[in-house]
Write a protein that binds this ligand. Structure first.
Ligand code: ZN
Length: 459
């Protein structure tokens, strides 16, 4: 059959590993590249991606409107002149061209020649947002994920539990591919607590000597709690040597006695950045991405050090481009320079909340995740929270639902202290409700969702 290529025929593995060295080689090669080499690589790859993006209707339409074309990218500074887009533009594209939108760089009709996978994000309300990944994109994404997992402490040959949801979402699959294909790890594909009950997950981790359990930091702490109920010590009976779990770094470290390194990624572009042992910022995989920080309201480029929305351009794919995708995650770029670890790769600050969750409350910009950080520091309040925005008359109101493990008789005092603390820090009055442990699980999706939901806009 002509034009029928299997995945192993569709990827030039020598070219792939030359362009994106996997770990551990990565740390001796691209991780230590100098600033000129990084910039030259980025420009060449971005120019190639611009040419591909311009063949995609979604990008061509927007670039034509802005009077821009792929030949206008002469330097990395020119990137800012290309129009950015947000998830709202993606949604519009899908509504107009269901179900794939017109932003994909490949179509399913090419699947015989270009083996591909589709993963989706969103979709609890409205249509899911699909991304088509070519075989190259899968392997490249797996290498990026393998780099992050390695830098967070996973070593080739380890036994690892993958307790993410194997679903229509990319996350669990990308990690599985990284572990199996690029780190030779032995994966126990347990999935979430709905698939493999929590006690069973603990038993498997102990029996098989797992060195890491891939899941949210919150669920890992819940696993530790369950281990204690089973008479086990999470720090010694579990043999974890890596914590690639996003969550409360201090509590994770205290519970397992293993360092925690922040990382950042999202499903369309896969893994973007990971913290180095200095613990000061996450190095961006700059042979795969160009990260810009832009003003949440205007989209204008912000100076280094100012917090804004992450606007990302991938430069490693062959399929669906993401060219100046304003993902509306909040972060900050560190100034350029060589890190104490030896790397010149630009660093970004950990995820600081969602730009599009911003609620303007009596003239003050408020991000729900920032409220979460404040309330969970209050005495008597645990790490769980949920923020709700409502409309009362013609003004916005916010209520933070917190959890306390103290006797309910103390809830009024804890609520008053939390209201007072929020008012001190934020400067406006925000309501507080205190709940018993577990009461917020249905709202946050604890134990079932890959990413906890912390905010509902009910305005
Ligand atoms: Zn570093």
């Amino acid at each position: 059959m002509s034009g029928f290529r299997r995945p192993h025929e569709a990827v030039d593995y020598d070219a792939l590993t030359a362009q994106l060295p996997p770990p551990p080689e990565y740390l001796e090669t691209a991780y230590l590249a100098g600033p000129e080499e990084i910039a030259a690589t980025q420009l060449a790859l971005a120019q190639a991606r611009a040419r591909v993006a311009y063949e995609v209707p979604f990008f061509r339409r927007r670039w034509d409107d802005a009077g821009m074309g792929p030949d206008d990218l002469h330097s990395l500074d020119d990137l800012t002149r290309f129009p950015a887009y947000t998830v709202d533009d993606i949604r519009d594209s899908i509504e107009a061209h269901p179900p794939y939108g017109d932003y994909q760089g490949v179509t399913v009709n090419q699947a015989l020649d270009e083996p591909m996978r589709v993963y989706m994000s969103g979709g609890t309300t409205g249509r899911s947002r699909p991304t088509l990944y070519t075989a190259w994109d899968r392997e490249a994404g797996a290498i990026l994920t393998a780099r992050a997992l390695y830098m967070q402490g996973i070593r080739p040959g380890d036994v690892v539990l993958n307790a993410w949801a194997y679903s229509t979402h990319n996350g669990a699959h990308a990690m599985d591919e990284a572990l199996y294909r690029w780190l030779n790890c032995v994966v126990l594909s347990t999935g979430t607590g709905n698939v493999t009950p929590t006690r069973k997950q603990v038993e498997l981790a102990v029996e098989y000597g797992a060195t890491a359990i891939l899941t949210t930091g919150d669920y890992l702490l819940h696993l530790a709690e369950t281990a204690r109920e089973m008479g086990l010590d999470p720090a010694t009976d579990l043999k974890l040597t890596a914590l690639p779990n996003i969550g409360d770094k201090g509590r994770l470290n205290d519970t397992f006695g293993v360092p925690v390194y922040d990382s950042y990624g999202f499903h369309e572009v896969q893994w973007v950045a990971v913290e180095c042992p200095t613990g000061e910022g996450m190095h961006i995989f700059e042979d795969a991405f160009i990260v810009q920080i832009v003003n949440v309201d205007t989209g204008e480029l912000l100076p280094d050090g100012e917090q804004g929305a992450v606007c990302i351009t991938e430069i490693y794919k062959t399929g669906s481009p993401q060219f100046r995708y304003n993902i509306m995650d909040l972060s900050t770029l560190h100034p350029p320079g060589q890190c104490a670890c030896g790397s010149w790769l630009r660093k970004m600050a950990p995820f600081a909340g969602r730009g599009d969750n911003m609620v303007k409350l009596r003239g003050v910009n408020i991000w729900p995740e920032a409220l979460g950080e404040i309330v969970t520091d209050v005495n008597g309040v645990t790490d769980d929270y949920f923020v709700r925005a409502t409309r009362s008359g013609n003004r916005d109101e916010m209520t933070v639902l917190v959890v306390s493990d103290r006797p309910p008789g103390e809830f009024d005092v804890i609520a008053a202290a939390t209201v007072e603390r929020l008012h001190q820090v934020v400067g406006v009055k925000i309501g507080v409700e205190v709940h018993e442990p577990g009461a917020l699980d249905a709202l946050t999706g604890f134990g079932t969702a890959a990413k906890l939901i912390r905010f509902k806009d009910a305005r």
